[in-house]
Design a protein around this ligand. Structure first.
Ligand code: NOJ
Length: 549
């Protein structure tokens, strides 16, 4: 354990992985920590710095582990605590950090706390949860899982009261007004941090508290609690981080950073759909709009930015018109839709168009924030919209063209979810790690390369952003600057070639050196700087000043 914070997360690239989906080490049809440990070289070789583990705790798995029935152990299907410790130790050996998902807001209804709580008001655990005799309380709180839930209250036959839940009805919300619950959570933190974890992705953070007359999101009490949690971490685990999931507009996320004394990181949800929108509209304005609307955050904080994750591509942070546009463009089949979002993977969303996939990564890896990649996207995995809920984007990792895509030696019918084996480009015989690594021109190698280039410059993780505003709206261009370093990014959002003139007088005399090939481009002179870009093409330039050269 280090004693001073290194702010490592500011420059990190995160890799989100489901231990259940990655590699099956014991042949039972389910990924596990033995398998994940074996895969660590693969993860390290991608060039990422930190693994984000989806929930690994004992759970009835009615929400893929986000329904925790014991916070202090590993799900037996994934292994045991020793397997987990070995995994952590092996990750450390490879300089990989590990953060784990932690669900604070709710537990499973199978958690012994809830089973006790149901016994009635006199039970000491009753107040661990949020109860009411009146299901109209907190009526202003929205329903999140609109496809499955009709109320945030569910009647419990044993307790003869209603209990509160922001997600599935089998996930009762914990009562953070109860100091005992807060203490329990500190114990949970301590337990995992002492094993050597580098932090947590804190699930569903806006919903911890409830107050009448509010929408029960982002309440001041939540910030008081997060400060408490952060102070505890600073005292005991100063280099560990809290990455919060708050699917909110940036101005509502800002308070979660506090004065650098609450969350270290927070996902930038509204940026994500606009990355897709911008290339489909061939117009940069929605991207500029959302970034301009993003307030600056304390020096020691960082955004986590992403293209896809284990959930539906959420469309909560767009207007109704934009949502209709996104659904029309990216989810023409109703099966592709779920709740307020789209349950598809990156490559199918972009019609397997390599140029669009590269362009989105060119932006993801150069916009302000630390990028979070989703397992399988690096090898162009497809999805299965016929699977229930969000499982279509959580199918087994595809390693090679052997049985079960090399994921497991179990019988195919034993797998926790089928591998993608519809004939065509997404079949595991075509999209898999071995094939991607054998092909030197694969997206996988392209990405590994780009990650390597990103790591050479501090400006990506630390720099500010200055938009250039060329007349051509199809060109998205910005400069990321940090101390003496300036990176110019120019991207063509259009599917056909585009010219652009950039106003770069501030950098007059500098030479734009293209980063991936180190090729110097013409020096910046007094005239607007002219470039042409191919379909969905983009450049990253290091602006080298005569002094530095
Ligand atoms: C957010 C998680 O990302 C999602 O997968 C889960 O279903 C909900 N929180 C409820 O825990």
């Amino acid at each position: 354990m280090s004693t001073t914070p290194t702010h490592w997360y500011k420059d990190a690239i995160f890799y989100e992985v489901s231990p259940r989906a990655f590699l099956d080490g014991n042949g039972d049809g389910m990924g596990d920590f033995i398998g994940l440990t074996e895969s660590l070289d693969y993860i390290r070789d991608l060039g990422v710095n930190c693994i984000w583990l989806l929930p690994m705790y004992p759970s009835p798995l009615r929400d893929d582990g986000y329904d925790i029935s014991n916070y202090l152990d590993v799900h037996p299907q994934l292994g045991n605590l020793d397997d987990f410790k070995r995994f952590l130790a092996e990750a450390k050996k490879r300089d990989l950090r590990v953060i784990a998902d932690l669900v604070l807001n709710h537990s499973s209804d199978q958690h012994p706390w809830f089973q006790e709580a149901r016994k009635g008001t006199s039970n000491p655990y009753h107040d661990y949860y949020v109860w009411s005799d009146d299901p109209h309380k907190y009526a202003e709180a929205r329903i999140i899982f609109t496809d499955t839930e009709t109320s945030n209250w569910t009647w419990d036959e044993t307790a003869k009261r209603f209990y509160w839940h922001r997600f599935f009805s089998h996930q009762p919300d914990l009562n953070f007004d109860n100091p005992k619950v807060r203490e329990e959570m500190l114990d949970v933190f301590k337990f995992w941090m002492d094993l050597g974890l580098d932090g947590f992705r804190a699930d569903a953070i806006p919903y911890l508290f409830e107050r009448e007359g509010t929408n029960c999101e982002n309440l001041p009490e939540t910030h008081v609690y997060l400060k408490e949690l952060r102070a505890f971490m600073e005292r005991n685990y100063p280099d560990a981080i809290l990455l919060g999931e708050a699917n909110q507009w940036p101005e509502y996320v800002l308070p979660y950073f506090g004065k650098g004394d609450q969350l270290h990181m927070s996902f930038h949800f509204p940026l994500m759909p606009r990355l897709y929108m911008a290339i489909r509209q061939e117009d940069r304005h929605s991207l500029e709009w959302i970034i301009n609307r993003t307030p600056s955050i304390p020096e020691t904080c960082q955004w986590a930015i992403f293209l896809r994750n284990h959930d539906e591509l959420t469309l909560e942070m767009v207007t109704e018109e934009e949502r209709a546009f996104m659904w029309r463009e990216f989810a023409p089949d109703p099966r592709m839709r779920l709740n307020v979002g789209i349950r598809r993977r990156l490559f199918p969303l972009l019609e397997n168009d390599r140029r669009q996939v590269e362009l989105l990564h060119g932006l993801l890896l150069s916009l302000p924030g630390s990028p979070v990649l989703y397992y399988g996207d690096e090898i162009g995995m497809g999805d299965n919209v016929y699977l229930a809920d969000r499982f279509g984007v959580r199918t087994p990792m595809q390693w090679n063209d052997n049985r079960n895509a090399g994921f497991s030696r179990a019988k195919p019918s034993q797998l926790y979810m089928p591998v993608i084996d519809d004939p065509g480009i997404y079949h595991y015989q075509a999209a898999n790690v071995e094939a991607a690594r054998e092909n030197k021109t694969s997206f996988y190698w392209w990405l590994v390369n780009l990650i390597g280039h990103r790591k050479r410059f501090k400006a990506f993780g630390h720099g500010d952003i200055h938009f250039l505003q060329p007349d051509n709206p199809k060109i998205f261009a910005y400069v990321r600057s940090y101390e003496l370093e300036s990176i110019l990014v120019v991207a063509n959002l259009s599917r056909v070639p585009q010219p652009v003139e950039l106003e770069l007088s501030k950098w007059r005399g500098a030479t734009p050196v293209e980063i991936t090939g180190q090729t110097p481009f013409p020096q910046i002179g007094p005239e607007p700087y002219q470039l042409s870009l191919g379909p969905h093409g983009f450049y990253w330039f290091h602006l080298v000043t005569p002094d530095a050269a």
